[in-house]
Design a binder for this molecule. Structure first.
Ligand code: ADP
Length: 557
């Protein structure tokens, strides 16, 4: 190798090193092209440069950078051209062969058939060659850009006059590969930044969703989303709590599976569109075992309709109780008050006409009705105390057999002698734990009901042991209580059957008070009844022995 050649190689190496440094300094592909062009200008005289890329998935060649006659051109003026597989166009030939080309006779080359040639002037005007006249260039170099052994683009350098040498071609090839590597790197970095940004955005959206779901679960109102096909897509925690249907059970299925009457309900719920305000409606909804009163509002959105609801069941029950109370109490008070008023007026206005006996009867009636009035107010007060939990019930050992007997005897004294009533106490029944007066109050109420509603059938009172408890059963053989009413008769102010209500006076508080009292003594009160076959009210109280054992257990543990 001669000295000149050595010197040349050293220059090439130096140049490539500088190219690598300059091109690697930026990660903006546009700036890389400009720097590449500056480097190129130091090497070869030229009037035009084109950098294009080849995509083998669609077989198209696209222009990435163009410079002509001192100006950088807008690349959108170059239409993508398909690769000519026969390799007859100049770019296509380089892509297909993977070899660089050097022409010093461009005017002649473009005359050859089969290829597509364009010439571009400094204004970016593209003209097809050779139809639109001879090309502006006389010499051209074409260098393939390779990546992992495949041709991924071509760089063309053109001169309007003069010619290029193989040595220049070699130099240009060197910086073209450097430029291509820098562009690839820049594109990779840009892609990575884009992916990172997309990932960050996706993470932000996910976090927002999570936050929204969290908030939805925290709100006290039930919220659910029903899509256009009627399928539940969201069911928040409050919705699950109120309805006792879990999100897993409801989501993904038609809402009618959970709430069969939904189609009729939904017609009554006004749905707000486009953010207008709307009013709420309160509707009775049967969900599984429960009868609920739910107040709904609804908003239509993109993914379906969002319903929010509030459980007003207890408020509604309270309202019902209030109106029941007012109607029962006023009805119950009216009768004795009218009687007292009538008697008082008669005594005042016609005292002289009345016999001593008539006067006594009237005064007795006044006293009786006054007792009834005070009983009613007592019952209301007691129910209020039980509601507010301000009643304390002290327990002691109580002989239930003796208590049942004496209560029946005392009641018989006030009832017609024809009333058939007896007490049966099992032997060795033991003592119960409870408050004697309160147990008596319960028994009086149950016996009184059996007489009032039992249709003059015999009333049987039984006292017997029952598995650590002592049981008192008050049974009649009257009309009994329909299944549907059996739990309701223990509600405050509830009175079954209107004909009964009218026939026998009452406040509907007796069984409510009785059950509450028995429960406060650690026992229970239930009813067993087959309609037509009488009713048996069963009181169970803890036996005093068992209660002492339980207390000892509690103290020692
Ligand atoms: P009241 O007797 O003041 O109506 P209660 O709470 O004692 O209130 O009773 C509630 C309802 O239960 C009564 O109105 C009646 O309809 C029903 N009931 C209670 N005992 C019997 C019974 N032995 N047989 C049939 N129905 C009964």
């Amino acid at each position: 190798m001669n000295e000149r050649e050595l010197e040349r190689r050293a220059r090439v190496a130096q140049l490539l090193l500088r190219a690598a440094r300059t091109l690697g300094e930026t990660v903006d592909p546009d700036r890389i092209y400009d720097r590449f062009h500056d480097l190129l200008a130091e090497l070869v005289l030229h009037d035009g440069v084109l950098v294009s890329s080849y995509d083998n998935t669609d077989g198209l060649i696209r222009c990435d950078y163009a410079w002509s006659d001192g100006t950088r051109l807008d690349i959108s003026v170059f239409p993508p051209v398909p690769l000519n597989r026969e390799g007859e166009g100049m770019q296509s030939r380089v892509i297909v062969s993977g070899e660089p080309l050097l022409f010093n006779d461009v005017a002649e080359v473009v005359q050859r058939p089969g290829g597509t040639y364009y010439d571009v002037d400094r204004e970016g005007n593209v003209r097809k060659l050779p139809e639109s006249g001879p090309p502006g260039s006389s010499a051209a170099m074409m260098v393939p850009v390779k990546h992992e052994g495949r041709v991924v683009g071509v760089v063309q350098v053109m001169a309007n006059s003069g010619s290029y040498t193989l040595e220049q071609l070699e130099l240009v090839d060197g910086i073209v590969q450097q430029m291509a590597a820098a562009v690839r790197n820049a594109r990779l970095q840009r892609e990575q930044r884009r992916l990172e940004a997309a990932e960050a955005a996706a993470r932000a959206v996910a976090a927002e969703r999570e936050q929204a779901a969290f908030v939805l679960d925290l709100v006290g109102d039930g919220i659910f989303l029903v899509d256009e096909a009627g399928i539940v897509r969201l069911w928040n925690r409050a919705a699950a709590q109120v309805t006792e249907l879990s999100a897993e059970d409801v989501c993904g299925s038609a809402l009618t599976d959970a709430i069969p009457e939904w189609p009729t309900l939904v017609e009554r719920i006004p749905i707000s569109q486009h953010g207008q305000s709307t009013r709420s409606v309160t509707l009775p909804v049967a969900v599984g075992e429960h009868d609920l009163w739910l107040s709904f509002v609804a908003v239509r959105g993109d993914g379906g309709t969002v319903y929010a609801f509030r459980d007003l069941t207890s408020e509604r029950r309270l309202d019902d109780e209030k109106s029941d109370m007012i109607s029962t109490i006023s009805h119950e008070l009216r009768t004795p008050m009218a009687a007292v008023y009538g008697a008082a007026r008669t005594l005042l206005e016609r005292e002289d006409e009345l016999t001593w006996e008539q006067r006594r009867q009237m005064l007795e009636m006044v006293a009786e009705q006054a007792t009834r009035l005070s009983e009613i107010t007592e019952a209301v007060l007691l129910a209020t105390q039980l509601d507010r939990n301000t009643l304390s019930v002290e327990t002691e050992p109580v002989d239930l057999g003796e208590l049942a007997r004496s209560t029946v005897e005392a009641m018989k004294a006030h009832l017609p002698p024809t009333t058939d009533m007896d007490v049966n106490v099992a032997p060795d029944v033991g003592t119960a734990s409870g408050a004697r007066d309160r147990i008596q109050q319960v028994l009086v109420n149950l016996i009184d009901n059996a007489v009032k509603y039992g249709g003059h059938t015999p009333v049987r009172v039984r006292v017997e042991p029952a598995n650590g408890h002592i049981r008192v059963v008050v049974a009649d053989s009257g009309p009994g209580i329909p299944q549907a009413e059996q739990s309701r008769i223990f509600e405050k102010f509830y009175r079954a059957g209107p004909e009964l209500t009218r026939a026998a006076g009452g406040t509907g508080l007796g069984l409510y008070i009785s059950r509450e009292l028995v429960q406060r003594m650690g026992g229970r009160l239930d009813v067993q009844s087959e309609p037509g076959a009488g009713a048996a009210f069963v009181v169970e109280l803890p036996s005093a022995e068992a209660d002492v054992a339980a207390q000892l257990w509690r103290l020692s543990s």
